[in-house]
Every structure is written in C-alpha cells, then in structure tokens.
Design a binder for this molecule. Structure first.
Ligand code: GH3
Ligand code: MG
Length: 364
C-alpha cells in the first residue's frame, strides 16, 4: 500500500546521481520506499509545501543557483519541518559534518551508498527527527509548567495580584536598594471595612467577588512602577518606590475614593464597598525597618477614626486625610472607638458615594 510506504523526496539536479539513488532503494526489493524527484531547490520546496506528505528529503547541496550550506538553510527555512539527509561528494565531508551541525539529520557520500545503508540512514533519520520533536514538545510543556509554578508561587489566585510572599521579596529588595542608593519608599495598606458583615450578609462567594473587585480597582489606579499585592484576607498593600509620604497619602486617598465610587453589581441593585487606608514612608534604611509597623499603626488609626479614610503615619501621630463616609453606617454608632475625630470628617461624603456601602447591615 502506497500510503504506508516511506515517502522520500530526492532533490538532485544530476539525473545520473538520481538514478543511482533510485537503484539503491529498489535494490532492497521490499517496496518500503516511494521516491519522488525534484530537480531544483524551488521545485523541492514547492513539493514539500503543497504536495502530499513527505517523510524525508535527500538533498544534494549543489543545485542550480544554490550551493553548500545555503541550500540546506533555504530548505529548512522555507520547507516543511522534515528530516533531511544531505548528499555530498567524496571531497565534501567537512561540509557535510557542518550541515549535520546546522540541522540535517545525517549525510551520505554519493557513490558509496548501498541500498541497505541508504535504507538504514533514512529510517534512523526519521526516528531521530521524531525523537527531537517529542523532546522539544516535552521541553515546551516543562517550560510552561515552570512558568505556571512560578506564577502560582508569586500571585494570589483569587485576585490575580501579587501575593504576600512576592510582596516581601520586593519589599526587601527595595529596602536594600534604599540602603545603597537612597531615595524614598512609601507603603499604602488598605483594609476593607466591615468585611465580615459582607460575608455574613451576602455569603462568602460574594465576599470573594468584592475582593476581586477591590483588587481590580487598585490595579487600575496604581502606577506601573508600584507593586500591588494582597497582603492577606481583605488587606491589600501598594509598595511605591520613589514616593514621599505626601505623594503616597494623595495616592492612598485616590485609591480609597476610587474603591468607594466603583459600582458593584448585585442582583438586588448596586452596592459599594469602602476601605480604610494607612500610609507610611521612609527616606533612610533605618526608617525602612519600621515601615510595616508604621503603616499598620496608621491603618489601625484609620479604623479607629471611623473607617473609610486615609491616615498617613507621622512621628507626631497619624492625621486623617479625606472623609469618613457614612460613619454611622460603617460601624456601630454607639461604639466610641468608631466615632471619627472631627478632623477626619469632610462634607459631601454621600455625594461621592453613589451606592449604599456594603457591610452597612442591609438585609440579605
Ligand atoms: P474592619 O472594618 O475592622 O476591618 O472589620 P472587618 O469585618 O473587615 O474585619 P474582620 O477582621 O473582623 O473580618 C475580616 C473577614 O474577612 C473575616 C474573614 O472570614 C474574611 N475573609 C478573609 N479572607 C477572605 C476571603 O478570601 N474571602 C472571603 N469571602 N472572606 C475572607
Ligand atoms: Mg476589614
């Protein structure tokens, strides 16, 4: 059956040499090979690209208009991905070895090619090419698995943000850089207000959606050079190299407003969520060691100030920036710990809040 035969394309301009190959293959007498003949490189490439499948090419390196390794390079570049055995003269062996280095599977010296030798070379070349293709595919799968592993090790599944581990790696790198080159480094920490109520009221899956929503807003609002990470639970951090406290406080307040204003869809209507924001910065390696503690203190102060506000850390104590929107709905009004200090309240809180804050105790 012709379909089961090994289809060999001979690219050879010399009819005498072509006949020798044909006879060598016929010598075996088992009809295992079917030989196709192209007299020029262009004809051979056309046959490879448009004709029925070819299992192997026997390629004479000296053809009309092309010689030596250039012939092989052109066939490999333009032809299909097929195993190639080059045919050379007696004095061309060095060239043939170089051809194998550049992608040919093997070489045969014209006039010294018996039927069995030719048949064996063809079979081995095909098997080697298949093994190479399998190896390449396995390597590609391995590279993809490694890439995915690296991604899993550094990103947070739920939000797609960097995870805590990656944050600490970059944070340590940045603080070391600060020690060597100086400059500013700021950290913004955000915590979703009354998130437990969101879960309790609308269920954990919706809580997850809220986290992904907050992450998307942060990713949109942060600069490319900033690192946005999920620090844990409903807490996020934005690491901002080359940023002063005042600049970071402005950015933190921008994040807070954006999150408050971004609509969140629920079946029973629009909703919104608020965050409390702590901000700290440092300009010396000594201060960097305290950056995390400072930003944590600032965030805690923002919570105590009534939530939904931005609190920069200063040695004199945190001072609130921005507004405490719907302070009475954000925490139990009777809890003095949730009562905002007068300095934190700015008018128009509800004007910039298009939807009801989540966690404000709306019925499920
Ligand atoms: P506060 O305004 O003081 O921050 O109050 P809170 O309710 O946001 O804070 P609390 O620490 O009391 O509750 C945080 C909740 O976040 C509790 C926890 O179950 C929930 N949580 C943590 N991680 C996830 C998560 O991946 N998905 C969901 N849906 N909830 C989470
Ligand atoms: Mg919270």
């Amino acid at each position: 059956m012709d379909a089961k035969k090994i289809q060999v394309l001979l690219v050879e301009d010399n009819p005498g040499d072509a006949r020798l190959i044909q006879e060598a293959l016929a010598e075996r007498g088992d009809g295992a090979f079917r030989l196709h003949w192209a007299k020029t490189l262009a004809e051979g490439i056309r046959r490879l690209l448009t004709g029925p499948d070819v299992d192997l090419v026997l390629l004479d390196l000296s053809l009309p208009g092309t010689r030596g390794l250039d012939t092989l390079a052109r066939l490999l570049d333009q032809g299909a991905d097929v195993p190639v055995i080059v045919l050379t003269g007696l004095d061309d062996e060095a060239l043939a070895v170089e051809a194998v280095r550049r992608g040919a599977q093997d070489y045969l010296v014209k006039g010294q090619t018996s039927g069995p030798l030719l048949a064996r070379a063809i079979r081995y070349a095909i098997e080697r090419k298949e093994a190479q293709a399998e190896l390449a595919a396995a390597n590609a799968r391995l590279a993809e698995a490694n890439r995915r592993l690296a991604e899993l090790a550094t990103t947070d599944d739920l939000t797609g943000l960097w995870n805590r581990r990656h944050f600490f790696e970059v944070f340590e790198h940045e603080t070391r850089r600060l020690a060597r080159t100086g400059g500013d480094l700021a950290l913004v920490m955000l915590d979703v207000d009354h998130f437990k109520r969101v879960n309790d009221t609308w269920g954990h899956p919706f809580g997850d959606r809220v986290l992904a929503h907050v992450a998307a807003v942060l990713r949109r609002e942060a600069r490319e050079v900033d690192l946005v990470a999920r620090f844990g639970g409903e807490e996020f951090v934005v690491l901002m190299p080359g940023t002063t406290l005042a600049q970071a406080a402005t950015a933190g307040e921008r994040f807070r407003r954006a999150i408050e204003a971004a609509p969140l869809r629920r079946d029973d209507g629009p909703a919104s969520v608020t965050v409390s924001v702590g901000v700290a910065a440092c300009a010396s390696p000594g201060e960097a060691a305290h950056l995390l503690r400072h930003v944590d203190e600032a965030l805690y102060a923002a919570k105590r100030a009534g939530r939904n506000c931005t609190m920069p850390w200063t040695p004199e104590g945190p001072a609130c920036v921005g507004e405490v929107a719907g302070a009475t709905t954000q925490g139990p009004a009777s809890d003095p710990a949730h009562a905002p200090p007068a300095s934190c309240i700015t008018p128009g809180a509800s004007a910039s809040t298009p939807a009801a804050p989540l966690g404000a105790g709306r019925p499920p």
